[in-house]
Design a protein around this ligand. Structure first.
Ligand code: HEC
Ligand code: HEC
Length: 222
């Protein structure tokens, strides 16, 4: 871990130094690509089998450092760390962009790691992880109450099988503790996770509702 910490610190320093120098240097360095341009590139690569397999290979290498928390192939074994395996590539890219732009908050360590990636590395990692199989958990505690709530409130966006699409995240098989924490963040409006749709759909949820939703979704196996 100490090696990663060191490289992360280095990249944080680099980012800070660059940001400080940016106003005087804007003629030397091109502006970072807009998120829309990155999403277009990701879509183009996805449609081209040769570029896709090259990106996935590159993404596998670039994502090696993420395994320490997100697990091998993006299958997390830590309750508070999300699975990234089989997550939609566009959503993964969007969330990395949000960390970079300060529109989503995590630990400084995690944010620093994402900021150290180039835009092309972000795209390659998103494509690699989206193709990794999700390790299924045994469906121990199916929550009927969670299913009722999900079918009523969430299905229209996240889909009957909980796989989402494009920038709507997959929820099926996600870590329960992470799901609960994320729903509470949207509900609290404290700025750690900002999305007007999710704010609206979590506003009236009670803690018990959030618990049953998470219990249902973690065991959902499409
Ligand atoms: C030190 C542990 C750690 C490392 C290393 C780490 N992450 Fe994370 N990551 C987290 C945690 C914890 C979260 C949950 C953040 C939150 O919402 O609070 C997260 C969330 C994410 C998310 C959002 C997932 C979602 O479902 O919304 C993405 C994408 C992500 N990480 C990508 C990466 C990538 C890519 C790397 C490697 C370059 C990486 N992470 C390395 C701990 C880590
Ligand atoms: C109108 C569409 C819509 C509806 C309805 C909706 N969601 Fe979402 N949900 C989204 C979008 C878009 C995101 C990504 C937001 C972001 O960027 O943070 C999201 C994100 C999430 C996340 C974060 C996933 C992750 O990997 O971090 C969870 C958990 C979630 N939704 C659960 C729910 C639940 C439970 C419901 C029903 C109570 C629900 N959603 C209803 C659109 C919706």
């Amino acid at each position: 871990m100490s090696l990663i910490k060191f490289s992360c610190m280095t990249s944080l320093l680099f980012v800070t130094a660059f940001a400080a120098a940016a106003p005087n240097r804007n003629t030397d360095k091109p502006a970072p690509p807009a998120p829309e341009a990155l999403h277009e590139k990701l879509a183009q690569i996805s449609q081209d089998p040769a570029r896709l397999s090259a990106a996935i290979q590159r993404g596998q290498k670039d994502a090696a450092v993420c395994r320490h928390c997100h697990g091998a192939g993006g299958n997390s074994v830590l309750p508070e760390v999300p699975n990234l395996a089989s997550q939609n590539a566009a959503y993964l890219l969007e969330q990395m962009n949000k960390f970079v732009q300060g529109q989503r908050k995590s630990s400084a360590f995690m944010e620093g790691m994402i900021k150290a990636l180039t835009p092309d590395e972000r795209i390659a990692i998103a494509l690699f992880l989206s193709q990794q199989p999700l390790a299924h958990k045994p469906a121990a505690a199916h929550s009927a109450a969670g299913k009722r709530l999900y079918d009523k409130l969430c299905i229209s966006c996240h889909g009957a099988s909980g796989t989402g699409t494009h920038m709507i995240p997959r929820l099926a098989g996600q870590q329960a503790v992470y799901l609960e924490g994320s729903l509470k963040r949207y509900r609290s409006g404290n700025g750690e996770r900002i999305d007007p749709r999710m704010a609206a759909y979590t506003r009236n949820l009670k803690d018990a509702d959030i618990r049953s939703l998470a219990a249902y979704l973690t065991t959902l196996q499409p």
